[in-house]
Each structure stands twice: as structure tokens, then as C-alpha cells.
Design a protein around this ligand. Structure first.
Ligand SMILES: [Zn+2]
Length: 551
């Protein structure tokens, strides 16, 4: 059955049918020669909705349905020049029905079914999705078409986030995009509030997807969340990309002022696909091998959007396939490739509680646990204790540097004696994502304006690359290949593979001495690696300046 939009008309019962009215109605009915069963009559009285099943509900009879609503009639339109009308109006208010039929000249009508009002309303409820919003009526097909177009644009831009802004008061709706971690200048208009609302409601209510869905889409419940799957196709219908989105709705100011974020879930990548230097890929491989063999923790820190989850997931994919891996996430950010049957993704169920759920996950006897984040004393104690008993733990934590991770764990109540035990910490890392220069339009130093050259001279001298031919600068005007001179992002990873030498510093809480020792052994911080990227012409000086410095 075609699902369509039609105003759901409420029928009110009137008690004014005196003898006179009844007689006049009878007269008019005779005029239209209603019969009880003949199929060739214009009006056709039916006692069940079975006869309606062979017709297709009309998709967009908006003007006619609005008129029916004004006249207080319950009417359903079908594509085969057929309508169904409630018997109460027909029996008691035929002149109105007659007026209605005369006025809707835009729709050809060959047959009118007359049916009990309640039966008809139930039929409409069961077969018609109402997206009617007061101003305009948008069919589900139309809403889905517009959503398809919007997500096609998001796909073209390579957006991680698509924000849909709705304001009932201003009667506006538009979308904005976040590309490579920054809001793009583009504003994608969505006509008006009702239109935008119909689109997001059709996504929230209609799209198949995993995750918790609270009720159906509305303006007052905050927040509403759901994972939705969406396939972006080209005009010919060829599949371009399959996406998983995290749909999050927040009510921003007053009811009717909504912000919907569709965040595309990351795709799991292999270590070799992260864009890391080969020696770091090899280092991670040996860490993962060690975790799978004898347990221990690999912890990463970095800001939201630094790609740390992608790196952690790459570690999980690198684990031998005979290892049982369980994840614990809130929400699931990255969907694992199907073929990794050894990895089971679990998402936090708020009604059960994190610790209870973690204990039940541990009963699945995982060799390795991916814990999205160590965020409190309980999870810190839990993660270190299972590492001590030989489990692998891959997780993230809030800290600024790999050295800071140990301090953070200590702040969360983990004893230095536990942290310095050789079974517990295996790798500590910190990650940022940095925008890379467009190779097609980046500028050599000599092409900068005199003012710019003067501005950069001192920094370049201190970096010992003033005369370098390799360094490049951003061309803010950009070119056909990029946006404002940059294209894509690259992770910078500061990785500490823990050795026995480190454990002495940890037990003595000598973090400064530890860092000094490591730097003397050639450890490269994020900033050090940023300098190398700048000197090789991969990133602009302005991006290097944004990186955390060494002090
Ligand atoms: Zn360019």
C-alpha cells in the first residue's frame, strides 16, 4: 500500500437531524440514485474497507483535502479517480458533500464510496502517514527525496556532521555541514519549518536503524537519538556510499527551536590506512601482538574529533582473529566490518548501568576489551584490574600527553605500584588531526607577499628552515581541488611503547625526569612531528602553530 499524506479529518457528530432535514436528505439521495450494491453507480455504499484495498491512495491531494477538512468531511482520495467519504456526512449533510464534489474540479472523480466514518478513519490511520504540519503537507516520498538530496550534498562535501536547524518562530529550516572538523560556509536551505520538520521526522520515524529510539519525532522531548542507515546514490540510482548516521536532536531555546545533528559514523580502518609513518604502524602492530599474547593496556588521549577512536579500532582489527574482542561504547561511533566475527560491539544501556554491563561482558570471556573511555574511578580501577589478570584493554582517556595519561590514572585512584607493574601499561599515546595542504595550489615562500615573508622570517629561522625549498604555505583562495588551500587531514601520533626503563619513573612519580629521559632517547612529541610535516611541505605554518608545544 502506498503510504501517503492526507489530512486526517476529525468527524464530529451533530444532533440536529430533525424530521425535516431527514426528509430533505432522502430527497437528495434519491436524486443521486444511491444503490445498495450496484458497481456502476456514482455513489457506492460499502460496509467494510475491503473494497478500498484494490485502489492506491492518492499521494498529494492537498488542496482538496484541505477543503474537505474545512467542510468537516472525512475523505480519502485514491489514484483511480475514486474517493471514499464518511456515511454520516453523506446521510446527514449531503448538500455539503455535493458542494465539495463540485468544487474539487482539479480531481476527476468516477466513483464515491460511502462508508462508516469510524471505519474510514481507522483505515486512514492504518494506511496513511500523516506528516501534516499546519502550513503545508509534505508527502513521505517528497521528504525522503529531499533528505536524499541533502545527504548527497553532505557526501560531496565529505561532511562528518550535517546540522539541521529548525525554527518554528522564524519559520525557517536550513542545514550546515562540518567538514574536516570545521563548519563550512555553506548554508543549505530547506524551504521552511514544516518542510524541514517533515524531513527530520521522516528520517527519525521512518529510517531503519539500530540504537535506542525514544517515541516518535517531536518538538518537546529532548534529546532524541537513533542510529540511522542511509545509502547515497547518484541520479541514476547507483550506490555511491553507505552511511551510518548518529541522529541526535536537541531542543535549543524554546520548543520549536531544534537542532538535529546527523553525524556519519566512521569506517573502521586498518593500521596501515591511518596515514601514520611506517615505523609507528610497525610499533603498534608489535604492541597489539603483545596485548593479545599477555594482556595489558593501550591508552590513547586526544581531543574530540582527533581520530583516537579510529586508531583504537585499527588496533582491534589488527588483533589475531581467533581472539575474542568485546567492545563497550556509548554510543557506537564506528561500525566494525562484518567479516570481523571475533569482535562484538556492545553499547551502554543506561537502564542497566555501566559496571553491571561490564561484568556481564566479562562473562563472555573476552581476550581483549575495547573500552571507549576511562572516565572515572570505577572504570579506571576496572580497566587496570582486568589488565593485571592478563586481558588486553584498548581504551582512551582524557589527558594532554602520553606522560600525562599516567598522572591521570593516578588521579583516578590507581596505585603507582599497579601502574608500574610490567603487566599493566603497554602503550601510551596522544593524537591530533591536522589539516594538510592542497598539493595543487600551495605556495612556496618566495610567492608570499613581502609582508608575509617578513612576518614568518623569524619563526622560519628558529625552525632552521628559512632557506628550505620544501616548505609550503596555504593559498587561502584555494583551487578546484580543495577548500581554501587545504585538503584532508592527517593524524599526528605521539607514541610511547612502555619498556622496563619507564617503570622506574612511574613508581617514583618522576614525570618530568621521565619525559626528559625519553626525549634524550629520541622520543618525538606531537610538535616535533608537526615540525617535520611542515618542513616536508605537508602542512602550513599556521597549522604547526596550532599544535600543542613542548613545554
Ligand atoms: Zn588547492
Amino acid at each position: 500500500m502506498v503510504r501517503a499524506v492526507l489530512a486526517l479529518l476529525v468527524m464530529t457528530f451533530r444532533h440536529n437531524s430533525n424530521e425535516f432535514v431527514c426528509r430533505s436528505v432522502m430527497m437528495k439521495i434519491n436524486l443521486f440514485s444511491v444503490s445498495g450494491g450496484s458497481n456502476d453507480s456514482f455513489f457506492h455504499r460499502i460496509s467494510s474497507t475491503d473494497a478500498l484495498e484494490s485502489y492506491t491512495i492518492h499521494k498529494e491531494p492537498t488542496i482538496a483535502s484541505r477543503l474537505a477538512k474545512e467542510l468537516d468531511l472525512t475523505v480519502l482520495f485514491f489514484e483511480q479517480s475514486v474517493i471514499a467519504i464518511d456515511s454520516f456526512s453523506f446521510d446527514h449533510n449531503l448538500s455539503t458533500v455535493n458542494d465539495f464534489l463540485k468544487k474539487i474540479t482539479s480531481i476527476k472523480i468516477a466513483k464515491v464510496f460511502v462508508i462508516d466514518g469510524e471505519l474510514l478513519q481507522n483505515y486512514i490511520k492504518a494506511n496513511v502517514t500523516s506528516l501534516e504540519t499546519g502550513h503545508t503537507e509534505i508527502t513521505e516520498t517528497e521528504a525522503s527525496k529531499q533528505f536524499q538530496a541533502l545527504m548527497y550534498r553532505a557526501h560531496e562535501l565529505g561532511a562528518q556532521d550535517t546540522f539541521i536547524h529548525l525554527s518554528n518562530e522564524d519559520d525557517t529550516a536550513y542545514a550546515t555541514f562540518k567538514v574536516d572538523g570545521e563548519l563550512s560556509d555553506e548554508t543549505y536551505a530547506l524551504k521552511n519549518y514544516s518542510f524541514g520538520r517533515a524531513i527530520v521526522a521522516s528520517v527519525y520515524d521512518g529510517k531503519k536503524g539500530a540504537g535506542t529510539q525514544i517515541g516518535s519525532f517531536d518538538e518537546v522531548t529532548s534529546p532524541q537519538e537513533k542510529n540511522v542507515g542511509h545509502v547515497v546514490t547518484d541520479e541514476a540510482g547507483n550506490i555511491l556510499e553507505k552511511y551510518e548516521y548518529r541522529f541526535t536532536k536537541t531542543v535549543t531555546k524554546a520548543p520549536g527551536e531544534l537542532l538535529i545533528n546527523l553525524r556519519s559514523q566512521g569506517k573502521a580502518k586498518q593500521l596501515s590506512e591511518l596515514g601514520l609513518p611506517q615505523e609507528q604502524v610497525e610499533a603498534y602492530k608489535s604492541i597489539v601482538f603483545d596485548l593479545s599474547k599477555s594482556g595489558g593496556m593501550s591508552l590513547i588521549c586526544g581531543q574530540t574529533g582527533s581520530g583516537k577512536s579510529t586508531t583504537n579500532y585499527a588496533c582491534l582489527l589488527a588483533l589475531p582473529r581467533m581472539r575474542n574482542v568485546q567492545t563497550f561504547e556509548d554510543p557506537i561511533e564506528i561500525s566494525k566490518p562484518r567479516e570481523y566475527r571475533n569482535i562484538t560491539q556492545n553499547s551502554l544501556n543506561h537502564s542497566i548501568g555501566a559496571m553491571k554491563q561490564l561484568s556481564s561482558i566479562m562473562r563472555q570471556a573476552p581476550d581483549c576489551l575495547f573500552l571507549q573511555e576511562v572516565r572515572d574511578k570505577e572504570t579506571a580501577r576496572f580497566a587496570t584490574s582486568i589488565a593485571l589478570t592478563g586481558h588486553g584493554v584498548v581504551t582512551s582517556i582524557h589527558a594532554k600527553t602520553p606522560f600525562g595519561i599516567v598522572q591521570r590514572l593516578e588521579d583516578l585512584g590507581v596505585e603507582p605500584s599497579t601502574l608500574s607493574s610490567p603487566e599493566v601499561l603497554k602503550a601510551l599515546s596522544s593524537q591530533v588531526l591536522v589539516k594538510t595542504l592542497c598539493p595543487h595550489c600551495s605556495l612556496p615562500f618566495k610567492d608570499l607577499t613581502y609582508e608575509e615573508q617578513l612576518k614568518h622570517e623569524q619563526v622560519l629561522r628558529s625552525l632552521k628552515c628559512f632557506t628550505s625549498k620544501d616548505i609550503r604555505f596555504k593559498n587561502s583562495e584555494g583551487c578546484a581541488h580543495c577548500s581554501k588551500g587545504e585538503k584532508g587531514r592527517k593524524p599526528i601520533l605521539e607514541l610511547l611503547k612502555i619498556t622496563d626503563d619507564d617503570l622506574g619513573f612511574i613508581i617514583n612519580k618522576d614525570y618530568l625526569g621521565w619525559k626528559k629521559f625519553r626525549l634524550s632517547k629520541g622520543h618525538k612529541t606531537i610538535y616535533d612531528q608537526g615540525v617535520l610535516l611542515f618542513k616536508s611541505g605537508s602542512i602550513c605554518l599556521s597549522r604547526l602553530k596550532e599544535l600543542p608545544t613542548n613545554d
